[in-house]
Design a protein around this ligand. Structure first.
Ligand code: FPP
Length: 283
């Protein structure tokens, strides 16, 4: 839980012109005045358990700067780093990042190869950050269709972080929501081996998804303004709150992430029920 030690301005944070510190500096480290204003309004007891992110807009970010698309992907890794570290420090249980979809094989070969290399480089470079933050890694998707070297590196990253006990970081890689449901059904059929004809239940199907025992995402963030779900976690986002921002993924900084959490907390989650009556009526 965050406790604020310094109360030196109206925001409740010890704000210096550029940076400020939370009471628990190990929690978020130095925060900007803008972040401090958002943090002041956040209720740390009502954070989402699982956040899923469609990191979109890398190509457009690069295009705006007359850079090759791949420069956008490289810049996007900085936002991924920020999101991973911030969520881990806020004790979010799970963060899922959509890195490569089953549809992304339709992109130019050079871009695909760059993305695969970038991921491998990322896993190597960011391992200390993952370990320092007690993060467990998981990959969602069909591994068999990935290049051998990527399969090996992802297996090793899962193995190297398997004893960690903090946030679960899922990277959706060669991921498709429909493929995931098909894979879950086939896994159930294989388990039954023709011996059972009892109906498949929702609980059983959910258990066989790539996300297995993780809670469903409470919050789905999509950057770059597109209003689509893009075959992402189709089953799991049934009741997720959706936050779409115009910000392109490489520009999605910590203030924007905290803002999405604040927006989430303003939503009334009803799961198909009716709104809770005011206390006076409920009596
Ligand atoms: C979508 O932007 C982004 C991707 C398909 C790849 C996302 C990958 C990264 C951010 C880097 C690697 C990730 C990790 C977890 C290390 P786009 O290319 O579709 O952008 P556009 O819609 O503007 O063209």
């Amino acid at each position: 839980m965050l406790t604020l030690r310094h109360k030196e301005d109206s925001s409740g944070f010890n704000v210096s012109p550029s940076h400020t510190h939370l009471g628990f500096s190990e929690t978020l480290g130095p925060v900007t005045a803008e972040e401090a204003r958002i943090l002041e309004k956040l209720d740390f007891s009502r954070l989402p358990r699982h956040i899923a992110v469609i990191m979109d807009g890398n190509g457009r970010w690069a295009q705006k700067r007359h850079l090759p698309r791949v420069a956008g992907h490289r810049a996007g890794t900085q936002s991924a780093r920020m999101a991973i570290e911030t969520c881990a420090r806020l004790h979010i249980e799970a963060l899922t990042l959509y890195a490569f979809s089953v549809e992304n094989w339709r992109r130019p070969k050079t871009e695909i190869e760059f993305l695969m290399q970038l991921l491998r480089e990322y896993l190597r470079k960011e391992m200390p950050l993952l370990q320092r933050n007690n993060i467990r890694m998981r990959f969602l998707g069909r591994p068999d269709e990935l290049p051998e070297a990527v399969q090996r590196d992802t297996r090793e990253a899962v193995e190297a972080t398997s004893n960690n006990t903090g946030m679960v970081l899922c990277i959706a890689l060669n991921y498709g929501g429909r493929a995931e449901i098909v894979d879950a059904m086939n896994a159930i059929l294989a388990e039954r081996n023709g011996h059972s004809s009892s109906p498949v239940t929702e609980e059983q199907l959910a258990r066989h998804l790539y996300t297995g025992n993780l809670p469903d995402p409470d919050l789905l963030i999509r950057t770059s303004g597109e209003m689509r779900v893009s075959n992402f976690l189709l089953w799991q986002i049934a009741y997720a709150e959706i936050f779409v921002t115009e910000t392109l993924w490489p520009d999605f900084n910590r203030a924007r992430l905290l803002e999405s959490l604040l927006d989430y907390q303003k939503r009334e989650r009803r799961y198909g029920a009716i709104a809770a009556p005011p206390a006076s009526v409920a009596r």
